[in-house]
Design a protein around this ligand. Sequence first.
Ligand code: NAP
Length: 290
Amino acid sequence: MSTANSRLILGLWRIGQWDMSAEQVAGLVSACLDLGIDTFDVADIYFDYQCESMFGAALQANPALKSRIKLISKCGIALVTPARPAHRVKHYNTSGEHIIASVENSLACLGVEKLDLLLIHRPDPLMNADEIADAFDRLKRAGKVEGFGVSNFLPHQLELLQSRLGEPLQINQVEVSLLHLDSLFDGTLDQCQRLRVTPQAWSPLAGGRLSQQHEETSLSRTLSRLGHELGVTREQLAIAWLLRHPARICPVIGSGKLPHIRELVDAQNIVLDRQLWFELLEDAMGYPIP
Ligand SMILES: NC(=O)c1ccc[n+]([C@@H]2O[C@H](COP(=O)([O-])OP(=O)(O)OC[C@H]3O[C@@H](n4cnc5c(N)ncnc54)[C@H](OP(=O)(O)O)[C@@H]3O)[C@@H](O)[C@H]2O)c1
């Protein structure tokens, strides 16, 4: 297995809202593969800890998919839910014991022998970098995880973990979209570019809010106008805007509808010129650049 590499990734966070059978999800995965999306993003906690089992059922419905896809999962957040009766308080757990147990559970739920990538879901104030490094090492040597990354980490947090690892972190999955610009200015994307860590953008359409044309904001009006001028949709523009960034952002899209997914795949053919990119940035910021 190689590491994740399709530019668009399909996120399964919303799988519980899709109202699809395992066979239908398998069909969606197969259609994504035909479109060039080979990487799928899950996490232990999604859909109250049921997402991995639901995706595993889809893979079971068409086991030939398993060797064709790349799987990203995450661990480190502990939710208070009847599904985890031992959790009294929402907390983060990046202990070696928790990481290893979580990966073993993910593999069992997904019905696969290996994850292509494991991400630490959120920075944990009690993070012990030596302990995580040891857990990563054991998972790698056991053949259970191919590569490692983080999610929602600021540069200094990534730097700390990286300082104890024998191999480079491959991913920082962060929230980036025209409605969430922090990582452009807080050093996150600069660090990704410097270290050649791939930034993955979660909620690249701001969870669907960028689709809402009735929003009377300057950004919304500009997306509609430019979309009309260029003959593309506002969602395609929002994805093309992310793809234009030199850190090579990989959007983790969350649609469960094939026509929407196909539309976003086609956005890879749109090349935004610099001035147009800045026009969208300015509208997104809500004030002129200095
Ligand atoms: N690492 C983290 O902390 C973290 C946090 C949150 C999410 N994530 C990952 O990021 C993934 C994506 O997040 P997201 O679902 O918020 O992403 P998103 O792509 O920003 O939003 C997807 C939502 O937009 C809707 N939408 C409306 N019109 C659309 C159009 N024309 N094209 C595409 N979508 C349209 C989709 O509905 P339809 O289904 O009707 O198309 C869906 O409900 C998640 O699945 C998860 O894997 C990671």
